[in-house]
Structures are given as structure tokens and as C-alpha cells.
Design a protein. Structure first.
Length: 239
């Protein structure tokens, strides 16, 4: 496989790829039992004159790098991310952005993208070192990653400052905040900032936030998983 190709596995992730980026398909491998379910994928692959092949489970697992492939693997052109400077103009029409400050777990990233797609969020903003959407994140997103622009910036704090100047309400999610999500209102376009799984939001990024909110709970555990928190916040902001 070329360095310019990426592996995408999981039924919904591959189906979303074939629907939204059929031109990026390079080849598809699948198990016999799943052929009927991936009919549209095979059709899109054939229409682009690319190969597809039925293989044994061990071969599919080897290509995917995991047994959690759900019977299908696509080799494809990687999805392009957007530079913040280029995307900034388009964000003038956005209503809801998620900014990820150092989120490292691909399962969290995938789950956040899935929730963003469900609730109609507009973009996922992160620093350049975190923009790669790996195969695990794509599978967990269940196709949601194909709907959400992923925007990279060299310094998240600077990008947030520019968004604030553009009229966005920059809101940090922190379990230690005083303002409760249930009591919050969102009259302006909003950018919710979510922090690293272990260290939370960095000081430089926190300084660029207008306010901080928390998801109230009885306190039996210290905090929620970041992807769970994202889903709750997105649901509340969607009204």
C-alpha cells in the first residue's frame, strides 16, 4: 500500500466513503457473507474502474490491522483536511464548531465526529499534530467523518482568538466550571472547546474562551469521557 493511501474498515465507514467520495476508492476487499450489504460499495468501485475482491477472514484482518473490520476493508485516497486560514471564510456561515485541544484517542475522535454528524455540527478544529483520522476513528464514527470538515491550525489558541473576533462564543467544557450546561443559552455561533483526555484544556487555550460550562452530575465519578460530554453538549446546543 502506498503512503498516499489509507485503510478504511467497518461497514458504515466504507459505505459512507463509497457514497460521498467514490472517486477516492482504490480497491475493496470483503468477506463472502457481506457481499449483499456492500452492493453499493462494489458498484461505486466498479464505476471507477477499480478492483474489488472476496478474501478470507485472515487476509482481511491482516490488511485492516485489526479483527474489528466488520467484513469489509477499502483502500482509498486519504481525505484531505483544510488549513484554518483557507477554511476561515467558510466558517462565517457555521453555527457550531468543536475545537479539540489535544484529544489523542482515536475512538474518542471517531465518537465525537459521529455525534457531530448526527446533530449537524459544522467543523472539527484541531492543531496540526492531531488532524489524522486513523482507521479506528473512521470505523467508530460510523460514516460521520465523511460529513464533518476537519480543520487544522498551527496554534489552536490563535485560531480560537480569530473565531472570537469573527463573532463566535468560545465555550470551554470543564467539570469544575460554575455555569451548568442545562442553564446555558447559545444565542451566537458557538465553538465548544474539549480538552485532552488526561490533562484537560491547556492554559493558553483556556485564556481564549469566553466562558466555561459543566455537565452537572451527582459527582460519583470525577468527569465524563470526552466523547460522551461532546454528545451531551451538542444535543443541548441543538435545542
Amino acid at each position: 500500500m502506498s503512503q498516499k493511501e489509507s485503510v478504511i474498515y467497518g461497514l458504515r465507514a466504507v459505505c459512507a466513503l463509497a457514497k460521498h467520495r467514490p472517486q477516492d476508492l482504490r480497491r475493496v476487499l470483503y468477506l463472502k457473507d457481506i457481499r449483499k450489504e456492500i452492493g453499493p460499495v462494489l458498484k461505486a468501485t466498479a464505476n471507477n474502474r477499480k478492483p474489488y475482491r472476496e478474501v478470507e477472514v485472515d487476509d482481511l484482518t491482516r490488511v485492516a490491522g485489526t479483527p474489528h473490520h466488520e467484513g469489509v476493508v477499502a483502500i482509498a485516497q486519504p481525505r484531505l483536511t483544510q488549513a484554518f486560514g483557507t477554511a476561515k471564510k467558510n466558517l462565517e456561515r457555521a453555527k457550531c464548531i468543536i475545537a479539540a485541544d489535544g484529544i489523542t484517542n482515536p475512538h474518542n475522535m471517531g465518537a465525537i465526529l459521529r455525534s457531530m454528524a448526527w446533530f449537524g455540527a459544522d467543523a472539527y478544529l484541531t492543531d496540526e499534530s492531531r488532524t489524522a483520522v486513523n482507521p479506528a476513528a473512521l470505523r467508530v464514527s460510523q460514516g460521520g467523518a465523511e460529513h464533518i470538515p476537519i480543520i487544522r491550525c498551527s496554534r489552536l489558541s490563535v485560531a480560537l482568538r480569530e473565531l472570537r473576533e469573527q463573532g463566535f462564543d468560545i465555550i470551554a467544557a470543564d467539570h469544575r466550571a460554575k455555569e451548568k450546561l442545562a442553564q446555558a443559552s447559545f444565542p451566537k455561533p458557538v465553538c465548544f472547546v474539549l480538552g485532552n483526555e488526561n490533562h484537560g484544556i491547556s492554559a493558553a487555550v483556556r485564556k481564549e474562551c469566553n466562558r466555561t460550562i459543566k455537565i452537572a452530575g451527582p459527582g460519583r465519578v470525577e468527569s465524563l469521557n470526552v466523547s460522551v460530554a461532546a454528545g451531551i453538549i451538542l444535543a443541548a446546543s441543538a435545542g
